[in-house]
Design a binder for this molecule. Structure first.
Ligand SMILES: O=C(O)CCC(=O)C(=O)O
Ligand SMILES: [Fe+2]
Length: 339
């Protein structure tokens, strides 16, 4: 599996990477931070075309770093300091405030190293930062969704489908292996994940990898349990049928996002978390939108997946590989997995 984020092939036509950075912002006053109603078309036409071609697109500088992102970083810093205080620790090991908004997480690693459960308290708390919840429901997201899914789409904001991931260095348990977003959401198949980063992502941090164009295959079957990683549960325990063959048939890219960038992810595109082999946690935001009007969404009643207490195999039996005793072991070998 390639480990370079550089794209195979030409970088003048980078799959999924918007060269229209700033185009959307400059023709859209609300994106640039000037108040006013959200534009009906926050995305440049090139971004929309890339999304449909590749199954994802990185839009540089979609959010305003100071207005949209810094309040979330400040909120996360406050939570880290309060969790440290709860456990009798000073606000920061060195006693210094963050040198810049992007350095908000400095005292987190020390907390993680002292006690993994304390880091879990931070994870549970940060998704309740009001500035984050406001951004999740930002009106621009509905406009983007309509641009991608058509004027007739009726945007829904997936309950329980938003959060702040903290991908800690060296951890496998919560790393999302190759998957399609739909299986873990079960709202409607034509959904879109809005992914953004709170820290400048580096190659060592294990950026999200994409199989370029893989959304065109439609929804794929999965094994309901990961035999090789029994501690992975729920959506994390699903293993793509013929995983290695499937992902080998696409070029892969792993774009390095900066705070303020937005990655739009089709619910059907194959993607995975990289393995964080760096020395800093990778903090990222997710909000998931779906189309109430999609016939499959209507049929399943937008019921939700594991996090909503639903049994995936009951909702979509046709997407589950029947388990013969030896089938799971033969069907998927967990090879590189981005690690
Ligand atoms: O690692 C990430 O940031 C993305 C993981 C992912 O694909 C997911 O949570 O659905
Ligand atoms: Fe995902």
């Amino acid at each position: 599996m390639p480990t370079s984020p550089a794209l195979r092939g030409q970088d003048h036509e980078a799959p999924g990477l918007s060269r229209a950075a700033g185009v959307a912002a400059s023709r859209n006053p609300t994106v640039a931070g000037v108040s006013g109603p959200p534009a009906a078309s926050p995305l440049a036409p090139e971004d929309v075309a890339r999304f449909h071609r590749d199954g994802f697109v990185l839009v540089r500088g979609f959010y305003d770093r100071e207005r949209d992102i810094a309040p979330i970083q400040r909120g996360a810093r406050a939570v880290i300091e309060l969790v440290r205080a709860r456990h009798g620790l000073p606000a920061a090991p060195d006693g210094h405030p963050p040198a810049s908004p992007d350095a908000f997480d400095e005292p987190y690693l020390d907390l993680l190293e002292r006690n993994r459960a304390w880091a879990g308290e931070v994870y549970d708390a940060v998704k309740q930062i009001p500035a984050f919840v406001r951004l999740v429901a930002d009106p621009r997201h509905e406009a983007v969704f309509r641009q991608l899914r058509g004027a007739g789409a009726i945007p829904g904001l997936a309950a329980g489908g938003h959060g702040i991931r903290i991908d800690n260095p060296g951890e496998e348990r919560y790393r999302a292996d190759w998957h399609q977003e739909y299986h873990g959401q079960l709202r409607s198949p034509d959904g879109v994940t809005f992914w953004s980063s709170l820290v400048p992502v580096t190659e060592e941090m294990g950026p999200v990898r994409f199989c370029v164009g893989s959304h065109a295959r439609g929804l794929l079957r999965v094994h309901a349990r990961d035999q090789r990683n029994p501690d992975k549960t729920g959506a994390y325990g699903l293993v793509l049928e013929h995983r290695d063959l499937e992902i080998a048939s696409y070029p892969q890219v792993a774009p390095l996002a900066e705070p303020g960038d937005l990655v739009l992810i089709d619910f059907a595109v194959l993607h995975s978390s990289g393995f964080n082999r760096g020395g800093r946690a990778r903090w990222s935001l997710q909000a998931r939108y779906f189309n109430f009007a999609h016939p499959t969404g209507v049929r399943i009643g937008w019921c939700g997946s594991f996090a909503a207490g639903q049994d995936f195999a009951r909702v979509h039996p046709e997407l589950v590989v029947p388990e013969a005793p030896s089938a799971a072991a033969a069907g998927s070998s967990r090879g590189g997995g981005g690690s």
